[in-house]
Design a binder for this molecule. Structure first.
Ligand code: FE2
Length: 386
């Protein structure tokens, strides 16, 4: 097996990493930066923690805060037009997965032709984008270290998944201090997203010796720290550990893959605007139960790493304990069922569920799962999570 492993060329991890943005931008030769973020980040003063560092190094900064949750092709085009207007030569992304993913695609569109829909899929982007410095403010998506971006195609009502090395940020500044004021529900959602990244990277048919130890480290960090970060938002040790987990989880899945949970989660987000981490969390227990027969030993190792089973337990018992443990974790994190996340009744949901199953399969992620489902089995899993 030939393994390829890619991460940003520079990753700074630790308190205060955000303050290095100016020095990093200068090192990369930037003179006019486009800061891609969202209104909330701008309003709550996060942008002000980054702009002075850039200006101090002589960079002119233009702020684009028009990225919405589940970023759309329209958000990206708006940012691109501002970038052209200001002749920006470097992009800084600040925020959760949404501004980061939007910034990645703005960066590649600066040097590649439209329409962006032609870049959905694997390795479809011909040329490199502008230098990109990424500063995550949630501990979850891992987008700061991945070659993936998810953008909603507003015409077709689908989430386009782009996977390409040209989407890999140049620099990631991983600073847990930016996560200290994350609200509890967001902490829960993105924390389970991190766990799912690591689990899927570990059970994927693309799992490899480079990603396995990183995935298990992520799982261990989440097991020890997620509930503490959820219950005690100001706990710096737990926040620091979850930020590290998010970064490691991103590295793991970007160099292995995500699988069926993410494949099924994207259509839920595209149609019902359920936050990404929440739809993953809701689906994780049923998808795990379905997938165990394809990789029982791997799921058993995850269960033991989470502390749900011991070395003495058989793989079968450990894998069962994992499904039970994931349900219990959702309960402790106050994560509701699928029916409460989508704002429709089952009859309405069923009108679109076949499209959701086919969109899930079309994304390619379910094909990495230890058990590759049929469209009917995906419909059945949506119903089980209902
Ligand atoms: Fe994710």
């Amino acid at each position: 097996m030939l393994v390829q492993f890619n991460i940003p060329s520079t990753i700074l991890v630790g308190a205060g990493a955000r303050k290095e943005v100016g020095a990093q931008a200068r090192r990369l030769g930037g003179s006019r930066a486009l800061l891609v973020t969202d209104r909330q980040m701008e309003k709550s003063g996060y942008a002000d923690q980054v702009i002075p560092s850039l200006e101090k190094q002589g960079l002119a900064v233009t702020v684009f805060s028009g990225v919405q949750p589940d970023p759309t092709d329209r958000n990206v085009l708006e940012g691109l037009s501002l970038l052209r207007e200001c002749k920006s030569d470097l992009i800084v992304a600040l925020g959760g997965g949404s501004p980061i993913d939007a910034a990645k695609v703005i960066s590649i569109l600066a040097n590649n032709e439209l329409p962006m829909s032609q870049y959905a899929g694997i390795n479809k982007i011909p040329g490199a984008g502008l230098p990109l410095i990424v500063i995550p403010t949630t501990a979850g998506t891992g987008s700061e270290v991945t070659k993936a971006a998810v953008i909603t195609d507003t015409e077709r009502d689908i989430k386009m998944l782009m996977l390409d090395l040209h989407l890999l940020p140049t620099v990631a500044l991983v600073d847990y201090e930016l996560t200290l004021s994350m609200p509890a529900d967001l902490t829960a959602n993105v924390g389970v997203d991190t766990l799912v990244h690591a689990m899927e990277a570990y059970v994927s048919v693309k799992a490899n010796p480079m990603t396995d130890p990183i995935a298990l480290s992520t799982i261990r960090l989440v097991a020890k720290n997620l509930l503490t970060a959820f219950k005690e938002p100001g706990n710096r040790k737990a926040r620091e550990a979850m930020m590290l987990a998010a970064c490691q989880g991103g590295i793991a899945f970007s160099n292995s893959s995500v699988c069926l949970v993410h494949g099924m989660s994207r259509p839920v987000g595209a149609l019902y605007h359920v936050p990404h981490g929440l739809s993953n969390a809701v689906l994780a227990p049923v998808v795990t139960e379905f997938s165990v027969p394809g990789a029982p030993a791997r799921y058993a190792t995850i269960a033991r790493t989470m502390g749900y089973a011991s070395e003495k337990d058989s793989d079968e018992i450990a894998a069962l304990a994992l499904v039970k443990g994931l349900k219990e974790l959702n309960r402790e994190l106050e994560i509701p069922g699928l029916s409460q996340c989508v704002s429709v009744d089952l009859h309405r949901f069923d009108e679109k569920v076949e499209k959701m199953a086919s969109d899930a399969l079309a994304s390619g992620s379910p094909q990495n799962n230890p058990v590759v489902p049929s469209a009917e089995q995906i419909v059945d899993l949506y119903h089980k999570a209902w």
